[in-house]
Ligand binder design. Structure first.
Ligand SMILES: *[C@@H]1O[C@H](CO)[C@@H](O)[C@H](O)[C@H]1NC(C)=O
Ligand SMILES: *[C@@H]1O[C@H](CO)[C@@H](O)[C@H](O)[C@H]1NC(C)=O
Ligand SMILES: *[C@@H]1O[C@H](CO)[C@@H](O)[C@H](O)[C@H]1NC(C)=O
Length: 337
């Protein structure tokens, strides 16, 4: 083996495999000594460790509260309730060294309102590699579990994946998109991982994060937002309690929501239900301005207005909310600039 390769291997052992903790300090020193002798650049050891290979360690996984707060404030528009809950939930969970259960968030709302976007923000402010981290896993119902007839296979597979991944890193994150299209049995199968268990078969899930995304409850949220709008009230006046009834009714009573057949709710396994409000014209403008800024373009209000004006809004008579939220802004911007 070439010295350089051996050096990297030793670093990998120290960094990722937990060997450093497992073996006695003397042997660690020895290993480090060998590596140093071989390559002579161990003086820069911390930097190499840092850049070398993603590991389940604080160098790669640590929560940046200021980062999440700044992202929520400057990139997420029109979601004062979601923004507040998310920051509080994630901050509380990540600053607790001994959580009693994993963090389980259920994000609800119409398409394009920012559910995926927020999941990404959370990942980016916990994992150095963000969504590319090997500790962040995304499951999309229609993509990963398309055939209801294969639910038994999916069930076994999903359980195995979650167990396998959490065994190798307890700070794992699982995002389930299109929850409302997921077979209820499948959701049932992951229930044990969300519960208050110290350990299951020797694996602790208490430091993992599960995020469920769905349109369930979206209509109730829209109705509430519309009622406020019609009453001439400020959207920022909407509080979580104004949406809770709408949310729980639809989640409980709507078969399609995926929650109906499961006891996620009765067992209180979901820590936070997070509502996403439908977006209005001004939010679409903000999204467009932010997107221009992200592309290093000079934010141009005229372009943003033009783009926002060309979107479709509902209800038909009042035209208050953007049908696709901010979803198509990114692709449309090419056309307008
Ligand atoms: C946390 O996020 C802020 C804002 O994005 C950034 O300036 C800062 O460097 C980050 N801190 C760490 C430790 O990554
Ligand atoms: C799979 O789905 C069918 C029908 O939806 C159900 O009868 C069966 O019990 C399910 N199997 C598992 C393992 O959940
Ligand atoms: C972790 O999850 C991924 C799916 O995101 C899966 O392909 C992989 O096999 C899992 N790893 C283990 C060790 O189970």
């Amino acid at each position: 083996m070439k010295p350089k390769k051996l050096h990297l291997l030793l670093l990998w052992m120290l960094c990722c495999s937990g060997v450093a903790e497992a073996i006695e300090p003397i042997s660690t020193t020895l290993a480090v000594g060998v590596a140093a002798a071989l390559t002579g650049f161990l003086a820069s050891y911390p930097n190499i460790l840092y850049y070398f290979h993603e590991c389940c360690r604080p160098e790669w996984i640590s929560f940046n509260r200021t980062g999440l707060e700044a992202d929520l404030q400057s990139k997420l528009f029109g979601q004062h309730i979601a923004s507040r809950i998310i920051l509080k939930a994630v901050n509380g969970f990540m600053s607790n060294d001994n959580p009693k259960k994993p963090l389980v968030l259920s994000l609800h709302g119409w398409t394009g309102t920012g559910k995926n976007f927020v999941s990404k923000m959370i990942a980016e402010n916990i994992y150095k590699e963000g969504m590319d981290s090997k500790f962040v896993h995304i499951f999309t119902s229609t993509l990963h579990f398309p055939h209801p007839s294969q639910n038994a296979t999916y069930k076994a597979q999903l359980q195995q994946w979650i167990r396998g991944n959490v065994s190798s890193c307890e700070r794992s994150m699982f995002i389930f998109d299109e929850m409302d299209k997921m077979h209820p049995g499948l959701l049932d199968s992951i229930k044990p991982y969300l519960d208050y268990y110290d350990k299951l078969d020797g694996v602790s899930y208490r430091k993992s994060i599960f995020i469920f995304l769905s349109n369930a409850g979206g209509e109730g949220i829209i109705q509430t937002a519309l009622d406020f709008w019609k009453g001439g009230r400020d959207r920022e006046e909407i509080e979580l309690k104004d949406l809770e009834t709408a949310l729980s009714l639809s989640v409980f009573n709507n078969d399609k929501s995926g929650f109906f057949h499961t006891s996620l709710i009765d067992k209180n396994l979901v820590d936070f239900f997070v509502p996403f409000l439908p977006l209005q014209y001004e939010h679409v403008v903000q999204c467009a301005m932010a997107e221009m800024k992200a592309r290093d373009l000079e934010p141009d209000r005229d372009v943003a207005d033009k783009l926002a004006r060309d979107l479709v809004y509902f209800p038909k008579s009042e035209r208050v909310f953007s049908v696709k939220g901010c979803k198509t802004i990114e692709s449309k911007l090419d056309y307008y600039t």
